[in-house]
Design a binder for this molecule. Structure first.
Ligand SMILES: [Zn+2]
Ligand SMILES: [Zn+2]
Length: 134
């Protein structure tokens, strides 16, 4: 019986992870909350938020923090690049090869030991382009 609270937490975390893994839209904590609530109606936003932070800290998911906008979360942790719509703020994965040579260049320019890099493109998504044409 003592282990019950922990088990519940673990189940919540698993469900959060499962729901995040179903989408490639890089949802905000609020959007993850809406998804998870369908399966766990009593869960709170704070719980979802804390679990997302924990999962990000342990490297199970990625946390995207760019340009002072809302944090978004990503179940894909392999190196990949993002593109963000400058109009609606949506974030997509962009399927181009990861540029490893950029890390050598950064190492040479800074003498830092390079641990990784992130690239985020900005642009106008398809649906915003179409809205602009109307
Ligand atoms: Zn857009
Ligand atoms: Zn991504």
């Amino acid at each position: 019986m003592e282990s019950l609270p922990n088990m519940r937490l673990t189940t919540q975390r698993q469900i959060i992870l499962e729901e995040l893994g179903k989408v490639t839209s890089h949802p905000t904590a609020n959007e993850v909350y809406d998804m998870v609530r369908k399966r766990l109606p009593r869960i709170g936003l704070g719980t979802v938020y804390r679990n997302l932070e924990l999962l990000a800290e342990s490297g199970v998911i990625l946390k995207l923090e760019v340009g002072g906008t809302q944090k978004r979360f990503d179940a894909t942790v392999e190196p990949h690049y993002h593109i963000r719509c400058a109009q609606c703020g949506k974030v997509d994965d962009i399927e181009i090869p990861v540029q490893e040579q950029i890390e050598d260049a950064a190492h040479q320019a800074s003498s830092y030991e390079i641990l990784g890099h992130h690239i985020e493109f900005s642009g106008i998504c398809n649906s915003c382009q179409q809205k602009g044409m109307n």
